[in-house]
Ligand binder design. Structure first.
Ligand SMILES: Nc1ncnc2c1ncn2[C@@H]1O[C@H](COP(=O)(O)OP(=O)(O)OP(=O)(O)O)[C@@H](O)[C@H]1O
Ligand SMILES: O=P(O)(O)OC[C@H]1O[C@H](OP(=O)(O)OP(=O)(O)O)[C@H](O)[C@@H]1O
Ligand SMILES: O=C(O)c1cccnc1
Length: 488
């Protein structure tokens, strides 16, 4: 029989192999050696030109509260047979490392470090799984949301995905990510309470079915609510739904705030145009038309191109499940490790695929903003001891196809990473969610339109400094040499 424990903490929200590696480090006495890992992804999701980074707030909560509970230790002892000394070490483990991260809502790109973790080796290893779990999902949803926002412009976007999300956590953290990406509200009341996201909603077909006809249902709803959006497609949108909505709006007059109607099926471009005419003719030119049902950036764009008269969009399934791309694919790679003499040594992971070779060493990421245009020239990854701002001319070149290069002169080098934890202490003020959403908008403003279009966007440059590139090549050569001299 499965034993039930009284609590369920997050320290065990890791892959077993992390704890097993920690055990090896502990037995060997190298568990406290300083290790540096970076979180990054190799390919932008949805073939988009950028991604929106989300997940930092949950990472902060996770690291701040990190500890193995009594029952976690009990489970590790009874079910996985770790020895008492190691368990004692785990039970005292708290996060004591240093974390730098991009701000939530930052516009980010492939192959650049989003998070930099510097921590005792065993700790840095155990936290990998949760960090990736959080960043991969939230960044994916924030990016999908930004793609949809890009298509709707200033129109209102409502998040409707909870019922189809991949379980409860995904619903609430997903809707938070959607808000960061540009959504205006959520239908999830818990997310409203938890994060302060504005909540909004209409009513379902069930209510119309319960009253058996549109008019009665809308009238009853209007008697008990001031703000009214009537769902008009339960039986027949143009013959029954819209006329019933108009009749109730006229009858109730100022007693209600007739916001408008919602369409949820059929040819919504056609229906919205017809409904618009009916509402205008009835004296409700300000009534809004909401659309929902399997929407995403493609259907919305298509409907707009047909001249659909839709003012507000309710988007669920395809947003919250990141419909056409199930995962972001962010990874956590070691870039440096302390040796037996206390000296940091760069490490590299080699691959036959040039894009998959990691970039070793302690690095920083800068956004190179042209001060004449106030647009970004690209991102620039430099070694920690470099200061690109001090250079008069900055040479930027493609990290794989190095012949593609440019020289930038009037620029601001904006350091994209911020101190979050320093030696285990939280030093970062978590911004309000609204502020994060605003930051996304502001960061998008730095990008030329060419990088923002949803279809075939231009590739944004993410370049390495010369020093960073030389260091990478040296590390590759060192590994090759070591292998060449290996004993057979
Ligand atoms: N004018 C339009 N142009 C492009 N796509 C549209 C248009 N109108 C509706 N759609 C989309 O087409 C799909 C239609 O879905 P589907 O045929 O499954 O049924 P439905 O009309 O929603 O009806 P029901 O919900 O009753 O099954 C939805 O994804 C919807 O967003
Ligand atoms: O299609 P999505 O983008 O996920 O948007 C949410 C959908 O959820 C509701 O339908 P559902 O069939 O669950 O219930 P309802 O029609 O009874 O409201 C709503 O009417 C939308 O169609
Ligand atoms: O409020 C709505 O209209 C709504 C909420 C969740 C899912 N579908 C629609």
């Amino acid at each position: 029989m499965v034993k039930l424990y009284k609590d369920d903490g997050f320290a065990l929200h890791t892959d077993l192999y992390q704890i097993n590696m920690a055990k090896t480090y502990w037995d060997d006495g190298i568990h406290e050696r300083k290790a540096v890992f970076e979180v990054f992804f190799r390919k932008l999701p949805f073939d988009n030109g950028y991604a929106v980074y989300a997940g930092l707030e949950r990472i902060v909560e996770y690291l701040r509260d990190f500890h193995f509970s009594e029952t976690d230790i009990q489970y590790l002892r009874e079910e996985l047979n770790y020895d008492e000394e190691f368990l004692q070490y785990l039970s005292e483990m708290r996060f004591t490392g240093t974390v730098r991260s991009m701000k939530e809502g930052e516009i980010v790109f492939d192959s650049e470090p989003l998070i930099h973790v510097e921590a005792p080796l065993a700790q840095a290893q155990i936290i990998e799984t949760a960090l990736l779990n959080i960043v991969n999902y939230q960044t994916l949803i924030a990016t999908k949301a930004a793609r949809i926002k890009n298509v709707v412009g200033d129109q209102i976007l409502m998040e409707f995905g909870t019922r189809r999300a991949h379980e409860m956590d995904a619903a609430v953290w997903g809707t938070r990510a959607a808000y960061i990406g540009g959504f205006d509200s959520t239908s999830n009341v818990r997310a409203g309470k938890r994060f302060g996201i504005p909540v909004s909603g209409t009513h379902a077909h069930a209510m119309v079915q319960a009253y058996r006809d549109d008019y009665t249902a809308f009238h009853k709803y209007a008697e008990s609510h001031r703000d009214c959006v009537f769902l008009v497609d339960t039986y027949d949108t143009l013959k029954s739904g819209v006329p019933a909505a108009i009749r109730v709006a006229k009858e109730l007059g100022n007693k209600i705030n007739f916001i408008g109607i919602r369409l949820d099926s059929g040819d919504m471009a056609f229906l919205s145009k017809a409904a618009r005419k009916m509402l205008d003719q009835a004296g409700f030119p300000n009534a809004k038309i909401v659309a929902s049902s399997d929407l995403d950036e493609y259907t919305i764009l298509h409907m707009k191109s047909q001249g659909a008269k839709i003012d507000m969009w309710g988007v669920g399934t395809k947003l919250i499940t990141a419909f056409e791309q199930p995962a972001l694919g962010a990874v956590y790679k070691m870039v440096s490790i302390e040796d037996e003499n206390g000296v940091m040594q760069d490490t590299i992971k080699i691959s036959s695929n040039a894009q998959k070779v990691t970039t070793p060493g302690l690095k920083k990421v800068y956004r190179i903003i042209n001060t004449n245009t106030n647009k970004s020239e690209g991102d620039y990854i430099a070694m920690q001891d470099e200061d690109p701002q001090s250079q008069e001319k900055l040479k930027m070149f493609h990290p794989v196809h190095t012949y593609i290069s440019k020289t930038v002169t009037d620029f601001e080098a904006k350091d994209l990473q911020h101190d979050i934890f320093v030696n285990g202490e939280l030093v970062y003020r978590l911004p309000e969610l609204k502020e994060i959403q605003g930051y996304t908008k502001e960061s998008l403003g730095l990008l030329w339109e060419e990088y923002k279009r949803s279809l075939n966007p231009h590739e944004y440059p993410v370049d390495l400094s010369q020093k960073c590139w030389d260091n990478k090549i040296k590390n590759i050569e060192d590994v090759r040499e070591k292998i060449a001299h290996m004993k057979k």
